[in-house]
Design a protein around this ligand. Structure first.
Ligand code: FEO
Ligand code: CA
Ligand code: CA
Ligand code: CA
Length: 634
């Protein structure tokens, strides 16, 4: 998505220097013991603290796959990958399962009942603790209107806008392993699509705020839809967190857009063209609608009737996603970042402890707490700077009337606090054993350009085409206001002539880390997202198509586990609790350099996974297992 979102990925002109299942329904019985009694058991991985770093994760046991430029998915010998949920398949709502039509002639109403486009972040929710039966909740990040409609955008009308909006959002599907095959269960009482028509509640300091009020929602309590949802996280109480990422690009702002909108990179709206037929995406006419996106949203996948919520206490940003840690005394700490050049990393510390009993008793947990933004100092220390109204510069004199305005203008508040401008923070992953937080910084080709911020210790390379993975440990506990940080790895290729592209990888080459997740045994999995104009050429010529790799944190070795089809991105890694199944999303196979396909030749770059002579490439969920049923990565 980089190319067409340049304005959003590069809109910071401020002057700064540059646990799962704690109260998951599957474990409620444990929590009935009461919080104190349960804590020692439930938080054992966290309580183990740094002592566990000596344990180290298990070593990698698979044979690396070679780089590949083929239009195919490759996994190591002894593994099998199967496609289970393609764009356009019905999610499985009883009595409402329209079949996919490969000529893209499904209607908007049908698309709203089918898997959306461009599967991205994903999480697995075990049913009754099972590793063979559960729910997958996932994001459908954006639409490629060149593939979505038979003639692409050659004609444009309200129905096409409706279909594009229905291709966005979230999906919940029920999956089950029977014999040696996983499949989507249809119909399923859990099956759900969330689209731009789905009502969301608003929680936290921006709920009801004057800057959130619109003609359609004068009380600022209800927003229709979520969009450009990228990465995902899961809460210890069994819900799904999703980040609204490049939402600003859906709004038309025009040349005279106010500074607030320009700080967020509002565009002309010409990419999606929703504002042609849906006026609320014209920020000139509905400036407050612009404030109603950019939030982390929370969904309870176990309750298809539940109303998802925009959690404004976590700040408004181009959120990649959100990841939850638990303090020793049982509060939630939500880490997040925004994937944009020179933007920031945040964390939110809940005021209250996680309550036993799953989603309902924690329905407002993420509405009360303290939001911070990170400053990474040159000596390897860092500070979490509070984004609290009335503290420091966050006063009415500087344009912040109240905490609601602080969270609505999170970027501007972070600018004033002197937060560190990062190289596009993507996914995070929390090592529950060492209490370290890892974050991919995917790339930043403008680092050090004339007029742009130069290098700093955390973002140490000019023209950073390769990206790096940073990690930190907060002092004391996850709620600590100071930290120690270092880099796990700088991506690159040691044979390149440009010193700043060489990196320090121990093992297989990769660039542009994006997806990131720990498996249940503590291996760190890295997914890459090199754009189609860079893949397999220039500095990336030895790296092949986008890939997934595993890192053994005991010795730093990185080993290539999987390669994807042409011009796809690998994302969404989610493991079953037993570590024997890996769900993965293959996003935008065949993505064109313009990032919008030509409807005259939809198979120009890829025809994965159907390889139908009259079809089109489709983002899809794949399921990966070992042929012997063993643990992935061993
Ligand atoms: Fe949607 Fe930052 O990737
Ligand atoms: Ca993506
Ligand atoms: Ca991403
Ligand atoms: Ca990316």
């Amino acid at each position: 998505m980089a190319k067409d979102f340049d304005s959003m990925e590069d809109s910071n002109w401020s002057a700064n220097l540059s646990i799962h299942e704690v109260s998951d329904p599957a474990r409620r019985s444990v929590l009935r013991l009461g919080f104190g009694a349960a804590a020692a058991t439930l938080f054992a991985p966290w309580l183990a603290g740094c002592a566990s770093s000596a344990i180290g994760p298990p070593r990698l046991g698979f044979a690396a796959v070679p780089p590949s430029a083929a239009d195919a998915l490759a996994v190591p010998k002894g593994y099998v990958a199967e496609v289970i949920a393609r764009w356009g398949e019905p999610v499985g709502i009883a009595g409402a399962m329209p079949a996919w039509r490969e000529d893209a002639s499904n209607s908007a109403a049908e698309q709203a009942l089918q898997m959306g486009m461009h599967h991205d972040g994903m999480q697995f929710y075990a049913l009754q603790g099972s590793s063979t039966h559960g729910l997958l909740a996932m994001n459908h990040e954006y639409s490629d209107d060149g593939l979505l409609h038979p003639d692409g955008m050659k004609t444009w009308n309200a129905d096409k806008v409706k279909k594009a909006q229905a291709a966005h959002g979230l999906a919940v599907i029920e999956v089950r392993l029977e014999g040696d095959r996983w499949s989507v269960q249809r119909p399923s009482r859990y099956a759900r699509r969330v689209t731009m028509d789905t009502p969301f509640a608003i929680g936290g300091p921006a709920a009801g705020h004057a800057l959130m009020r619109t003609a359609a929602d004068p009380q600022a309590r209800r927003v229709l839809g979520t969009l450009n949802n990228c990465a995902s996280g899961r809460t210890p109480w069994g819900t799904y967190l999703s980040g609204e990422e490049n939402w600003a690009g859906y709004f038309a702002g025009g040349d005279g857009a106010p500074a607030d909108q320009r700080r967020w990179g509002v565009g002309k709206g010409n990419w999606y063209r929703w504002h042609d037929h849906d006026e609320r995406f014209d920020a000139r006419k509905h400036p407050n609608e612009f404030h109603r996106f950019g939030w982390v949203v929370e969904l309870d996948p176990n309750d298809p009737t539940s109303t998802p919520v925009k959690r404004t206490a976590l700040g408004r940003a181009a959120h990649e996603g959100a990841w939850v840690a638990v303090t020793r005394d049982g509060r939630a700490v939500v880490y997040s970042g925004e994937d944009a050049r020179f933007e920031y990393i945040y964390k939110f510390v809940s005021r209250d402890r996680i309550a036993p009993g799953g989603a309902k008793p924690n329905a407002t947990l993420l509405d009360h707490g303290t939001l911070y933004v990170a400053r990474f100092d040159a000596d390897g220390s860092g500070r979490w700077l509070p984004l609290v109204h009335g503290q420091g510069p966050l006063t009415p004199a500087n344009g912040f009337a109240d905490q609601g305005e602080v969270v609505i203008k999170t970027r501007q508040a972070a600018d004033l606090l002197g937060a560190t401008k990062m190289d596009r923070p993507e996914w995070m992953a929390i090592d529950e054993r060492t209490r370290q937080v890892y974050c991919t910084l995917t790339n930043n080709s403008r680092r050090g350009n004339p007029g742009q911020p130069g290098v700093d210790a955390a973002n140490p390379r000019t023209n950073n085409t390769m990206g790096q993975i940073i990690r930190w440990t907060d002092d004391g506990d996850f709620d600590g206001v100071s930290m120690r940080w270092d880099h796990l790895v700088l991506a690159g290729d040691p044979e390149l002539p440009r010193a700043e592209a060489q990196g320090n990888i121990k093992g297989d080459l990769f660039a542009c880390p994006d997806g990131l997740a720990f498996d249940p045994a503590g291996r760190l999995w890295i997914c890459t997202d090199v754009g189609p104009t860079a893949l397999n050429k220039g500095e990336m010529v030895r790296m092949g198509n986008n890939q997934m790799l595993a890192c053994d944190l005991a010795n730093g070795e990185v080993r290539r586990f999987l390669t994807g089809p042409v011009n796809c991105e690998i994302t969404g890694p989610a493991f079953t609790p037993d570590g024997r199944t890996l769900f993965l999303n293959i996003q935008h196979p065949g993505e064109t350099p313009s990032e919008r396909s030509d409807p005259e030749q939809p198979r120009r770059y890829s025809n994965w996974p159907d390889f139908s002579p009259t079809g089109r490439p489709r983002s899809a969920t794949v399921v990966i297992r070992k042929l012997d049923g063993g643990v992935i990565g061993t």
